[in-house]
Design a protein around this ligand. Structure first.
Ligand SMILES: [Zn+2]
Length: 57
């Protein structure tokens, strides 16, 4: 079992949750910001916060 084969070779650190990102899982890089896949939803929510609407159009 060598699940963490790249143990000491994290490619990046997530800018949102701060955890290390491993080469095999990939990550998002948007406008210079790096974040993990788990944080995509969080990032998108933050990114589109200004467009959020409630109720009717
Ligand atoms: Zn993250």
């Amino acid at each position: 079992m060598r699940k963490r084969f790249y143990r000491d070779r994290a490619v990046a650190e997530c800018g949102l949750c701060g955890r290390e990102i491993w080469p095999e899982e990939g990550f998002y890089q948007v406008n210079g910001e790096i974040f993990c896949r788990d944080c995509l939803e969080r990032y998108a929510e933050q990114f589109f916060a200004g467009f959020f609407r409630e109720g009717t159009v």
